[in-house]
Ligand binder design. Structure first.
Ligand SMILES: [Ca+2]
Ligand SMILES: [Ca+2]
Length: 353
């Protein structure tokens, strides 16, 4: 490993091509090299799309060859950003951790802008699908050394959900499978695997203590904690973020499947490995928003512990979720199969609509 702590940027000088970045492995190991590659992608995109102005505030000069202009302006702007003398045209040193450096890395993961709504993977090959998922994951995994990125790099499987915000009262309080959960991994740089499943990531009002009986919950099976201390439990959901889940078993949660780890006759679930601070519908309007946050009286009641599982949903389109991530039984079975023999997973949850 090099003792250098810097990445070095060299201008390539070729017309209409981004300067070629050459990374040196620094004290943060491979991450530095990844950052360099990420910035290189950004510069390639900037040049390719001619969006120099957007990122660098530079414009193509009216006189002169614009082909030269792009490359030089990138170099000039980077010199300006890093306060480097103009005569240093060929080498620019970027320090990892530098705010602008981080901004460039961030820009490279957010450009071109990701579309709103659940992303459409049709027409994409597995590698393109994987890379699209990776761009979303990087929005949550700030810092290129986040362990979820390491897991993906190391061939581990990662679970990713795209959430479409839905009222708990949708579908007569029985919830909707209008989210998408993905299992993705790569075996090497040429073999990528991306499997997508119809899912639900939000609770159904059936389980709301205030309204559940209106939606047919005659057994008084309500979930949630009472965060505003009005004596009524408030439904929760997992907020956007990155979590750790592991395979586990629980009675009545899913079809009996293969026994793992010596446990027999279990019911497969994924269970959080750490407590999750929930978002709660404290005013019981079916939404999770600022109005609810203002009503929190007891912060400890926002803790959902390790009760938000992945499990099979109910029958007849009922998601069966009091805050868990659920799928129809056959979908859940297919999802489970794609988890392979891996026992623990990073779970990334992103609201896209
Ligand atoms: Ca309450
Ligand atoms: Ca609410």
């Amino acid at each position: 490993m090099s003792a250098s702590t810097n990445a070095t940027l060299f201008s390539g000088g070729r017309a209409f091509s981004a300067p070629t970045l050459r990374g040196t492995v620094g004290t943060d190991g491979q991450n530095n090299q990844q950052d360099v590659l990420t910035i290189q992608r950004l510069l390639n995109q900037i040049i390719k799309h001619g969006h120099l102005q957007k990122f660098f505030g530079a414009t193509v000069p009216e006189n002169g060859n614009p082909r030269d202009g792009y490359t030089w302006m990138v170099v000039r702007k980077i010199q300006e950003i890093y306060n480097l003398p103009r005569n240093r045209m060929n080498a620019v040193t970027i320090a990892p951790g530098d705010a602008t450096y981080r901004k460039l890395v961030h820009l490279s993961t957010t450009y071109p802008a990701l579309p709103s709504g659940i992303p459409n993977f049709s027409g994409l090959n597995p590698k393109e699908s994987f890379n699209l998922c990776l761009r979303y994951i990087k929005q949550k995994a700030t810092g290129n050394s986040h362990p979820v990125l390491q897991d993906l790099e190391n061939g581990k499987r990662v679970i990713l959900s795209f959430r479409k915000t839905t009222s708990t009262k949708a579908n007569q309080g029985r919830g909707l499978y209008d989210d998408v959960t993905i299992v993705l991994w790569k075996r090497n740089e040429a073999e990528h695997f991306v499997y997508s499943f119809e899912s639900n990531t939000e609770p159904a009002a059936y389980y709301d203590q205030k309204f559940g009986s209106q939606y047919g919950n005659s057994r008084q099976k309500f979930t949630g904690n009472d965060a505003d201390r009005d004596g009524v439990a408030d439904l929760g959901r997992i907020p956007d973020g990155i979590y750790r889940f592991g395979k586990d078993y629980k009675a009545h949660f899913g079809k009996q499947q293969e026994a793992v780890g010596g446990k027999k006759h279990g019911y497969n679930i994924l269970k959080p490995r750490e407590n999750i601070t929930a978002e709660r519908d404290i005013n019981h309007d079916g939404k999770f928003d600022e109005a609810d946050r203002k009503l929190i009286k007891k912060q400890s009641q926002m803790n959902s512990g390790q009760t938000f599982y992945f499990h099979r949903g109910g029958k007849g389109g009922f998601t069966g979720s009091g805050g868990c991530q659920t799928m129809k039984q056959p979908v859940f079975d297919a999802f489970w199969e794609k988890l392979g023999q891996q026992q623990e997973f990073y779970y990334v949850l992103i609201t896209v609509a």
